[in-house]
Design a protein around this ligand. Structure first.
Ligand code: CA
Length: 311
C-alpha cells in the first residue's frame, strides 16, 4: 500500500506542477509582470502539491498513531473493559505465537521466526501435540485460521499463504497476496487478514482474493499495528502490537466498539519483554470466553471481561 501511495503522490506532483513549469519561460520573455504572476502561481501550486501529498500521507502510509494507554483510557466514548482469569492452560515456551484458534476441543497454533515457524494442533489440558508441520527456513509464519476443513497460514514478508488439511496438517498448496501477513481469522465466509496497518482485508477463501477492506478507527483516528485476530459472535478482536490492548471491532465498519485492557496479565514482565509481547486470541465456544496468550508465554489464559475502567 505504501509504495502505491508514494507513486500516486509523485504522479500527482508531476502532472500538476512540472508541465506548468515547463511552459513558464515563454511567458517570462513576453512580460516581466506576467512572469512574476506565474512565479507566484507556480509557488502556490508547489505548496498545494506538498500539502496534498502530506494529506495523502496522513491518511494512508503513516496511520500508525501511537496507541498509548492514555489515548485509550482518557476517553469515555468507547468502553474499556478489564479481565479476570478463569482458567489457565499450559503453553509451549518455545512457541513464538502468531496465530491461535480453538476448535473441537483442540488448539491450532501458528508460530513465527525464520527457521522455527510451524503450525501445530495440540490438546489444551496436556499440551500434547497431535499434528505438526514446519515451514521452510525462508518463511516466517504468521496468523492461522481454520475454514471448511482447511488450515490457512500467512507468512510475514514472503507474500505467501499456505493451506493444510485440518485433520492431518498435510500441506495442500498455497496462495499469494501483496501485503505483509500478520493476523488471520474467519467469519465462516471470508478469510479476515491484518497486515500491520489499520486495514483489515476480507478475502474470498476459494480464490484468496480481496472482497472488501475496512480501516480500523477509534475516537481519535486510525489504529494501526493490528496483529493477531479472532472473530467471534459477530465481533472482530485484534491484538494491537506491543500494547496490552485488544480492540473489539465492528466488522462492517471498522469502528472500535470496545477495548479490553490486559495490563498485568503478563506473568513475567521482567523477562517477557519485546518482542515477547501479548499476541494470540482464540475463542472457546463451550464457555463463550476469550483465550489469550503471548509470544513464548508459559500459559494461555481463558478470561472473563470485568466492568469498564473508564467513565
Ligand atoms: Ca486467533
Amino acid at each position: 500500500m505504501s509504495h502505491s501511495l508514494r507513486r500516486y503522490r509523485l504522479s500527482l506532483v508531476s502532472s500538476t506542477v512540472w508541465p506548468t513549469h515547463s511552459r513558464f519561460p515563454s511567458a517570462a520573455r513576453s512580460d516581466g509582470r506576467l512572469a512574476s504572476a506565474w512565479g507566484w502561481l507556480l509557488l502556490l501550486l508547489l505548496l498545494s502539491g506538498v500539502l496534498l501529498s502530506a494529506g495523502v500521507q496522513a491518511g494512508g502510509e503513516h496511520d500508525h498513531v501511537e496507541l498509548t494507554p492514555e489515548r485509550v483510557l482518557n476517553q469515555t466514548a468507547i468502553p474499556v473493559y478489564g479481565y479476570r482469569v478463569v482458567h489457565t492452560y499450559p503453553h509451549d515456551r518455545t512457541s513464538y505465537t502468531e496465530g491461535l484458534v480453538m476448535l473441537n476441543g483442540t488448539f491450532y497454533e501458528g508460530t513465527g521466526l525464520y527457521g522455527q515457524s510451524k503450525v501445530r494442533q495440540w490438546e489444551p489440558a496436556s499440551g500434547r501435540i497431535l499434528h505438526e508441520a514446519s515451514l521452510d527456513s525462508r518463511y516466517f509464519g504468521e496468523g492461522v485460521t481454520v475454514l471448511d476443513g482447511r488450515v490457512y497460514q500467512l507468512t510475514y514478508l514472503e507474500n505467501t499463504g499456505y493451506l493444510y488439511d485440518q485433520a492431518t496438517l498435510e500441506r495442500h498448496g498455497g496462495f499469494r497476496y501483496v501485503t505483509q501477513g500478520w493476523g488471520l481469522t474467519t467469519d465462516g465466509r471470508h478469510l479476515i487478514m491484518s497486515d500491520g496497518s489499520s486495514a483489515i482485508q476480507f478475502l474470498d477463501p476459494k480464490s484468496e482474493q480481496q472482497v472488501r477492506r475496512i480501516f480500523v478507527t477509534d475516537a481519535v483516528g486510525p489504529v494501526g499495528f493490528l496483529n493477531e485476530l479472532e472473530y467471534a459472535d459477530g465481533k472482530l478482536y485484534a491484538n494491537v502490537w506491543q500494547t496490552n490492548f485488544i480492540a473489539v471491532i465492528a466488522p462492517a465498519t471498522g469502528k472500535i466498539a470496545a477495548w479490553i485492557d490486559l495490563t498485568g496479565i503478563n506473568p513475567e514482565p521482567a523477562v517477557l519483554v519485546y518482542p515477547l509481547v501479548l499476541n494470540g486470541i482464540a475463542y472457546n465456544p463451550a464457555t463463550k470466553r476469550l483465550l489469550v496468550t503471548g509470544k513464548c508465554w508459559p500459559n494461555i489464559y481463558e478470561i472473563a471481561l470485568t466492568e469498564r475502567k473508564n467513565r
